[in-house]
Design a binder for this molecule. Sequence first.
Ligand code: F6R
Length: 609
Amino acid sequence: MCGIVGYVGSDNAKEIIIDGLKRLEYRGYDSAGVAVVQDGKILLKKHVGGIANLENLIGDDPMASGTGIGHTRWATHGAPSDVNAHPHLSADEQIAVVHNGIIENYVELRKMLTEQHGIRFRSETDSEVIAQLIGIHYEGNLEDAVYKAVAQMRGAYAISVIAADQPEKIVAVRKDAPLIAGLGKGCNFIASDIPALLKYVKEIYLIENNETVVLTPDSVKIYDDERNEVSRDVFHVTWDADAAEKEGYEHFMLKEIYEQPKGLHETISRRLNEDGTIKLDGISMTREDIEGFNKIYIVACGTAYHAGLVGKYIIEKLAKVPVEVDVASEFRYRDPYVDDKTLFIAISQSGETLDTLAALREAKRKGARVLSVVNVVGSSVARESDDVFYTWAGPEIAVASTKAYTTQLMCMYLIGLYMGYEKGTITREYYDQFIADLMDVSGKLEASLKNAGIIEGLSRMLYNKEQVFFIGRGLDSSVSYEGSLKLKEISYINSFAIAAGELKHGTIALIEPGTLVVTLATQDFLYEKMLSNIQEVKARGAHVLSIAKEGNTEIETHSNEVLYIPACRDEITPLLSVVPLQLFAYYVARERGCNIDKPKNLAKSVTVE
Ligand code: F6R
């Protein structure tokens, strides 16, 4: 989705902004632009396409200025084009604005600006309305004009604004879209995301909803919606700049797949007390609270939703409480039955997914206790939850989620075990053994990543399949959804996942000689049932690639190929079985020449409906 970077200081703002925008490229965008204040004027450059196009447009122009704002746009209102790219200017070209989000009443505002102020709009965007509104209100005090404009706007936005006659000032506002201020020495920064600033600052302010920030080279002041100055604790970013670099890997996705053993280890090892019990840092749930929940909803989107499917299985099994999993865009509009005995668990890597955020608010409004499992510290989902449980995955840059998923799974196990143990639905012995097994996973995963070469070889054979099916039972079925999503989103192969037992109720009609069927068969107690499903597709000529536990050589007689995961208890196979599927998707996409880290039409953080 859109990205914002702004700089005010004595270095070349344009260079810092472009560098920051490049670090946000992973979020997905279709045009980019930058505006700086130069000699009492706004100098604007923007171009459709990648940042390289913008750099070509700028050419040798130093755009010498210490104050500027930049943007990467992901089109919502108005097609990707030069004019629709941000920044947008006011009619008199005195104000430049970048905007993330959507202005819901832009049609009405546009009409008012056209009819009452004679403004001729240059673009089709909702965002230009903001520049024009600030323009009509501007009388030399930028903060005043921004406050007046914001009072007329409805919707979600993070905006950053500069004025031609204010060479050392940026004014920014946040409402329901992420915004941070970076604190430098003799310079300050504004951005939509931490990775944009990692190279420059480690100390930031997390800007809250309805707050306005005024940045100059020497100060960052935050004001509430009534213009009272508010104080804010400095947030120290622990991610290092390398975490957002490829470090020799061909793609971020591959790097992030390889970071999973570390992410899993971080996520569990920081949560164990000396006596081996789990401490849910960030969660203040008492035994009474846990016993009082009569229902749990897990709500999320995409890959995070798939983590929720595993979560349902685990939490129901361990804590003996009914769990329903829903995609956020459905949950929020279906008037779900939620009350004060409901625990609502939101899962989100970015913590900024609009549907998840809206579902969370709906659940809260109805009285649910809200717990979120989030990767980005300080994100909106985290801030609006009663309790937050962080997945310590580090920054995830590739659009296709990998390490966020496995760390989300780890959180599901920890929450399930914690609740089960507190409620007394599992024994101490079972609990201890389960935790020990989870502690072993990262080592097992590390070892199994050494087999990546086998998967690479396989993908060379199978990359040109036109459609692929993923089937499994129980936990394997949840993982098959994720395997299928990974493949389709980065390789553009038409892939489809279905619970293996459901195949014969319709989908089997699509199986033809040569159709690739990836079968997950890691659940010992379902193995024989799964074999029957494998036979069904084999009988119709399918090419069967199976995922099984080491030691199960028997499955080779039913499969064309088998990829093995280390032997482990059935309940934790998802942490291991998803990895060959991630690698398979990766190598197939590479073989097909796809843009792996930035697949077409997708964005890393979906902050619109
Ligand atoms: C797929 C993927 C998406 C996200 C989904 C939710 O690889 O990354 O399906 O999982 O958009 O995003 P978050 O977790 O940021 O809420």
